[in-house]
Each structure stands twice: as C-alpha cells, then as structure tokens.
Design a protein around this ligand. Structure first.
Ligand SMILES: [Zn+2]
Length: 275
C-alpha cells in the first residue's frame, strides 16, 4: 500500500547478486532488472517458516516462494535454470544472517572436534567463476545442451527419491517372484527417468544441413544410437553437474593443523536457521 507510513521501515536489499548464468537460459521476461546486479533481501519471518515446512522443502515450493520474496527480480523461479538456484540460496542466507556459517567437523587426522566459520562469499565466488559449456562434438554431430529448469530438476529429483524408497520397500516382500517382478518394474522406471533427464537436457542436434530440436526425434535417436554417442553426452552432463555443485572448503584443524575438507549442504532446513 502506497500511503503506508511504515513503508520506510520495509526491508532493504542487503546485497546484489551477479547470477552465475549471467541471465542466460531464462525465458524472455523472467528477469526484472540487471542479471549482474539483482537486489537480494533478507528473509521475512514467513520465509523462515517456509524453510521449516518439510513438504514445501521437499517439493521445491519453499525454495520458489523464498526466492520470489527475497530476490524479486527473478519473476518465475520455477523456470529459472537449476544452475543459479544454489547461488541464490547462498545469497539469501548472506542477506539474512551474514557471510559466515558456523560449522563443526571432526579432524580426519587427530579426531579433534573443530568449530569453524565457513565463508559463504567464497562459495558464491566459485559459482561466479564458472562458465556453462553447452556444446559437445560427437562424431559428425554438434549437440547443444541446456541446464534443466528448477521445475524439471525438482520433478526428476522427487521421482528418483520416490523410486529409491520403493526399492527399499521391496526388500520386505516375501514372495521371490513378486519381488523380482517388482524390482524389474522399478529399475525400468529408473532407467526411463534418467533417459528423460537426458533428452530434456539436449536442446538441439546439428548434423550435416539439419537442425533437430524435436524432443521425440532426439529421444528416438538416443534409443537407436551407438553407445559411444550416448556415453560422450552423458560424461559431459555428469562433468557439468559436478562442476556446478557446491564444493567443500579447506579448513586447517585447530589442534594439529591438518587440512580437512569441510562440506555443507543447502538442501536441509539447517542452512536457513540462525545459529
Ligand atoms: Zn587435527
């Protein structure tokens, strides 16, 4: 409301985020403002509650709502490239609680328990140093890949989690035949899911004079292609995922000075609770 006298006490941007993707891979009109300087606000009490709601965390809704609230320049978080999501969450945490994240670890050499403040700006800088490589040359073909959207990635992750849970439940079945049939069924679903993730990531294939971007053509080709094609694309996608994932930080033990690799995750509510 425009005439609200409380307006000047509204929260102000705490930091400005340079999107690791540089704003590429967003649908037209999905970013309001300069993708290299998006204002990031600290979380509201409502946002914090979202991150404590297990269902909303699991299905991605919490992340979407909190990004909308804290980085309003990203208009449709479901359609943003998955690449930018971790950097956005780190930026939101910095804007809310500051740059350091208190972490504990047990030294892998002397077993001493250490307390340490990780510097979250280092993790943000890492993402900013990355470049998304989107072309792979496979024999005569030039394959262009794209990052999955947050929606696509979340759907695949939740289904994959569901299948793993089903696998776990099968162990309790007594009838061997039913057990084997159920197992085969689940393995088939897992294979289909990974094929789906794969085809979704391929934006187009250029060969000779043709450009193919119809997913059903691409899917059919993958089914009928030599293993080497499939493998070289898969290796590229796996390497890209690995590169764009959160890295551990090196910390020296206070007691014996041995270097330890300390990892932290964004996928649980702990990250968003003030400590
Ligand atoms: Zn030590």
């Amino acid at each position: 409301m425009e005439n609200n006298p409380l307006q000047k006490y509204y929260r102000q941007p705490k930091i400005y985020l340079d999107l690791p993707s540089k704003g590429k891979f967003y649908p037209n009109g999905a970013i309001d403002g300069d993708p290299s300087k998006l204002p990031v606000f600290g979380m509201t009490a409502m946002d914090e509650i979202m991150f404590k709601t297990p269902d909303a965390l699991f299905n991605g809704e919490a992340t979407v709502q909190v990004i909308k609230s804290c980085i309003p320049g990203i208009l449709h978080p479901w359609s943003m490239p998955q690449l930018d999501v971790d950097a956005c969450l780190i930026a939101i945490r910095i804007a809310t609680y500051g740059e350091s994240l208190e972490t504990t670890f047990t030294c892998n050499s002397c077993k001493e328990d250490n307390k340490f403040d990780l510097d979250l700006t280092k993790s943000l800088e890492y993402y900013l140093s990355l470049e998304y490589e989107n072309t792979i040359i496979v024999g005569p073909m030039m394959v262009t890949v794209r990052p999955l959207t947050y929606k696509e990635a979340t759907e695949i992750n939740t289904k994959s989690f569901e299948f793993r849970r089903q696998l776990y439940n099968v162990a309790g079945l007594e009838d061997e035949e039913i057990k084997n049939n159920t197992l085969n069924d689940i393995y088939k679903k897992i294979a289909d899911l990974s094929a789906k993730g794969f085809t979704t990531a391929i934006a187009k294939i250029e060969v000779e004079d043709s450009v193919v971007d119809d997913p059903s053509y691409i899917q059919e080709w993958l089914k009928n292609s030599d293993k080497e094609f499939f493998d070289s694309i898969r290796t590229h996608l796996e390497k890209t995922n690995e590169k764009w994932s959160l890295k551990s930080q090196s910390v020296n033990c206070v007691s014996c000075n041995t270097e330890n690799k300390v990892a932290f995750g964004l996928d649980n509510s702990d990250f968003f609770v003030k400590r």
